[in-house]
Write a protein that binds this ligand. Structure first.
Ligand code: BGP
Length: 477
């Protein structure tokens, strides 16, 4: 047993995204989003229109089964549930003047269900699901008009749900646009044709939009808490060579610029240098500067892995690292999808973020994507997912250490508390859930839900506010 101490009122739960669970891609007046044309996942090229092999079109049918699923979350004792609103349910094309009432009503019903079970909603406004029309007609966030469309959408949500939803996130993993311009920023220009100038102009528009709607939320209701959401990624030097440490510093700057701007309200000096040296002259208006000054209430982030960096171009080239680049860490094991498992990295990143910004933090994604085997035990179908329990246990032990270190942390939501469609690969076999969903990569399956062994384990963690976690040495290679 550990002495893990989580503060009273610590929020425990799980996180999802509309496009990975809802399905019903063309029901209720919904327009198409960029997810409806990326059947192989957001790391891969788009296709012309929706195709039958795209698992996201049906998802796990949360659109029709939300009440049953939320009841299962309540059974685990969730006190928070993170989900996203599909922008294209509210504004099907993204640039309309008035919202789609049927879309708004769907999220009313989801909120009713959460309220019934006393679960606090945590809502992402944009989770990799830009309306397709905005990508095709405007080239997504490259175009300044997106700021206005997004503001209208966010305002609609704050006005409609602001008295029931306190916690809001503006853009999921906003720093991912560096790697996936279409999936993250709705930028239709193919990646190899996109100039650095256009990419950073798009980033600038997103940062301004995020800050502007933070102000709007506070104007509508000063009690609302608005956070940014970034991919966290502790980066270690591959060796003690100072060149490797400089490589780490540069990689950190590229990632942390997004939350630096969100928390400080302006571009830091290292970003100005990067723009200067790359001939990037951004179009920044006085209004933009004023908007950016509206900083976030908290910083939220996903955590799955750490990476190493090297200053040696040869090592970097050879070292096919994790999905987000970098060089593999020779001391760490990896998941079946090659994501390196590093519980202590979570403590490191919590301290780094807290020391850097002194803003409350929220871990809004963490978990293990793994292939599960459905088996029968005592007449019940289940999954004996001890590997998932070990992963989550070891990460949470490090979270407790960070809290001990003095980090202010509001809550923890595991990624995919119920199996869902993977963002990077669009597979269902990359499962994260405490709840198994009977659906296969070829689209077959009954969609029936089954509790895995981790279901009761997580319920116990929540019931004891972390006291049931076990301090033990994390997995070694
Ligand atoms: C994050 C995304 C999520 C989610 C998660 C796991 O990057 O915010 O949408 O899917 O990663 O990734 P994957 O689904 O690719 O395993």
């Amino acid at each position: 047993m550990t002495t893990a101490r989580f503060p009273d009122g610590f929020l425990w739960g799980g996180a999802t995204a509309a496009n990975q669970i809802e399905g019903a891609y063309d029901e209720g007046g919904k327009g198409l989003s960029i997810q409806d044309v990326t059947p192989r996942g957001i790391m891969h090229d788009r296709v012309a229109g929706p195709t039958a092999d795209n698992l996201k079109l049906e998802g796990i049918d949360f659109y029709h089964r939300y009440a049953e699923d939320i009841a299962l979350f309540a059974e685990m004792g969730f006190t928070v549930f993170r989900f996203s609103i599909a922008w294209s349910r509210i504004f099907p094309n993204g640039d309309e003047e008035t919202p789609n009432e049927e879309g708004l009503a769907f999220y009313d019903r989801v909120l009713d269900e959460l309220e019934k079970h006393g679960i606090e909603p945590l809502v992402t406004l944009s989770h990799y699901e830009t309306p397709l029309h905005l990508a095709e007609r405007y080239d997504g966030w490259v175009n300044r008009d997106l700021i206005g469309f997004y503001e209208r959408y966010a305002r609609t949500c704050f006005e409609r749900y602001g008295d029931r939803v306190k916690y809001w996130l503006t853009f999921n993993e906003i720093n991912s646009v560096l790697h996936i311009p279409f999936g993250s920023g709705g930028i239709n220009t193919p990646r190899d044709e996109l100039s650095k100038k256009d990419l950073y102009q798009a980033i600038h528009h997103e940062l301004v939009a995020s800050a502007r709607v933070t102000r709007v939320a506070h104007e509508i209701n000063p009690d609302l808490k608005v956070g940014c959401m970034v991919i966290s990624m502790p980066i270690y030097p591959l060796t003690p060579n100072p060149d490797d440490v400089i490589a780490v510093m540069n990689a950190d700057h590229a990632n942390l610029m997004f939350s630096d701007v969100h928390t400080r309200g302006y571009y830091p000096g290292y970003a100005q240098r990067f723009f200067r040296e790359n001939g990037i002259v951004l179009d920044i208006t006085d209004q933009d500067r004023e908007d950016l000054a509206h900083t976030v209430d908290f910083v939220s982030f996903s955590y799955y892995m750490s990476i190493c960096e090297s200053g040696d171009p040869q090592v970097k080239a050879d070292g096919a690292g994790n999905i987000m680049g970098g060089v593999p860490n020779p001391t760490l094991a990896a998941s079946e999808w090659g994501w390196q498992i590093d519980p202590k990295g979570l403590r490191i990143v919590l301290n780094q973020f807290w020391d850097r910004w002194q803003k409350p933090l929220f871990i809004v994604e963490n978990g293990l994507g793994a292939k599960d085997q459905l088996v029968e035990v005592d007449g019940e179908m289940t999954v004996e997912d001890d590997y998932r329990i070990a992963y989550l246990n070891d990460h949470l032990v490090q979270v407790a250490e960070a809290i001990e270190d003095g980090v202010e942390l509001w809550g923890y939501t595991t990624w995919g508390p119920i199996d869902l469609v993977s963002a990077s690969t669009a597979q269902l076999s990359k499962r994260y859930g405490f709840i198994y969903v009977d659906r296969n990569d070829d689209g077959t399956g009954s969609l029936t839900r089954y509790k895995k062994r981790s279901f009761d384990w997580y319920a116990e963690v929540i019931r004891t506010n972390g006291a049931s976690l076990e301090a033990r040495e994390a997995l070694k290679v």
